[in-house]
Design a protein around this ligand. Structure first.
Ligand SMILES: CC(=O)SCCNC(=O)CCNC(=O)[C@H](O)C(C)(C)COP(=O)(O)OP(=O)(O)OC[C@H]1O[C@@H](n2cnc3c(N)ncnc32)[C@H](O)[C@@H]1OP(=O)(O)O
Length: 421
């Protein structure tokens, strides 16, 4: 069998219809993920959903439908104290008849190479599987934790509600209120990503190619305004289990973003005071949610399972390390191993200038040796380098260097990306 050829395209929409190549690409990607077979009128909409994205495919000519797919786009990624451009990757899917022949390897290696040449500091993805992406240099950079609240038990330590809550029915009105809040909130969370228009559709309406553009009609958007009437937080929730059978529904939080601690308290107070609701769950909460501490009985909120969220692959060492800020003034030499070459080398990171940290290649002796995968895991401050040293994933070459690196990389808040993509 001939080796499939890798090609890249961008979606084109003419008079409301999507080009045939994008339609074929989408069919292949949906099938690889066991998604629904889309009808022609649904396929006509995918071009708009993928607007501006890069669609890579491996094609066994003359079949116009690719045997493997990968979709990527550039998004701003928050790092401690700044942002970088990240190649954001999703939709890696291989036809069931063509797996384990290196097609993902080819698509991903090409995509990472193109992103590095275009100047992206890193690549990011979320994964269906835990054992897959380390081989391409992705390290687990952010995690989420599930949160489940028994609303009958949840009493707030501060019983007095402040500000106002407002439900917003129309998705365009919800977007106009939620997006400015999110744009400010995401810059406070290392690991958070800028969102595409199609991701907002997914969050606010629950519709996209993955479900045949069928809206989730139980979704509601609630905005909290401060005493001056300014929106300072919002929550999007959906019904996960109806109230008909038990009299007590389960609400699922889809997205919750706040700009102030008060907005956080009041949105949770609202969620926990709904008639017909017995439980509120959030599977993509941050690892450091304050909710249990707000309640008279902290056990009314059960902090549950921890999930892998964002995998990060460093492409440009100076680009990424000099974009973030550091809480300590120090200098360390890092020896980075990278089979794909993008991050490989010995680098001196000097944080004595708090505003402009310096990163340069050096011939000096390394203090710490680590793979690009381990660098991806530690660079946002989500895991302590000493933990990786204990796991033999990072080597300390000068005494105490892993601890110094831990103090250098500590983040102002726990890395969190609440948006799966
Ligand atoms: C970011 C995202 O899009 S996450 C979504 C991933 N996609 C899916 O889960 C959809 C269903 N699965 C698939 O389409 C495919 O099986 C994929 C994408 C997981 C793998 O694609 P393939 O083309 O078979 O992978 P490829 O042949 O390039 O394998 C590369 C390496 O990964 C390994 N690998 C492939 N799949 C897996 C797996 N599921 N678990 C562990 N290792 C795997 C291979 O053994 C190979 O390792 P090697 O280089 O040491 O031999």
């Amino acid at each position: 069998m001939a080796t499939p050829e890798v090609r890249t395209s961008t979606p084109r929409v003419t008079e409301g219809s999507t080009d045939a190549g994008t339609v074929a690409w989408t069919r292949a990607q949906t099938a690889a993920f066991l998604g629904p077979r889309l009808e022609p009128e649904q396929l006509a909409r995918v071009g708009a959903a993928f607007e501006g994205n890069r669609l890579r495919g491996a094609y066994a000519d003359p079949d116009p439908t690719p045997v493997a797919t990968l979709r990527s786009w550039d998004a701003e990624l928050t790092v401690p104290g700044g942002t970088v451009t990240a190649d954001t990757i999703t939709g890696i899917g291989v036809r069931s008849t063509h797996r384990r022949r290196g097609l993902t390897d080819r698509l991903l290696t090409e995509d990472l190479g193109a992103a590095a040449r275009a100047g992206a500091a890193a690549a990011v993805l979320t994964s269906t599987q835990g054992a897959l992406y380390e081989r391409w240099g992705f390290g687990l950079a952010t995690r989420t934790r599930s949160l489940t609240v028994d609303t009958a038990r949840a009493r707030f330590r501060d019983p007095v509600a402040r500000g106002t809550v407002e439900t917003v029915d129309r998705p365009d009105a919800a977007l106009a209120l939620a997006r400015p809040v999110f744009e400010r909130a995401r810059r406070r969370h290392p690991g958070a990503l800028e969102r595409l228009a199609s991701q907002w559709d997914q969050i606010l309406v629950g519709a996209g190619p993955w479900n045949g553009f069928e809206p989730d009609r139980t979704r509601q958007v609630v905005v909290w305004r401060d005493d001056d009437g300014r929106p300072a937080g919002y929550v999007v929730h959906r019904v996960e289990e109806g109230w008909f059978a038990s009299g007590a529904a389960t609400l699922g939080v889809v997205d919750l973003q706040v700009l102030t601690p008060t907005a956080y308290v009041e949105l949770w107070r609202h969620l926990c005071s709904q008639d017909l609701v017995g439980t509120v769950t959030w599977s993509s909460a941050s690892a450091d949610e304050a909710l249990p501490w707000l309640l008279t009985d902290p056990r009314a909120a059960v902090v549950g399972e921890d999930h892998a969220m964002l995998w990060l692959r460093v492409l440009d060492v100076p680009g990424l390390l000099s974009a973030r800020r550091y809480p300590t003034e120090d200098a360390l030499v890092l020896e980075i191993d990278d089979p794909l070459g993008h991050a490989r080398g010995t680098w001196r990171l000097d944080t004595h200038d708090r505003i402009a940290p310096a990163v340069a290649r050096t011939g000096g002796d390394a203090d710490v040796a680590l793979s690009v995968t381990s660098l991806g895991a530690v660079v946002l401050g989500g895991v302590d380098p000493r933990t990786l040293a204990r796991a033999d994933r990072l080597a300390e070459r000068s005494p105490g260097a892993a601890g110094r690196l831990a103090r250098m990389l500590a983040a102002p808040s726990v890395p969190w990306n609440g948006t799966r993509f």
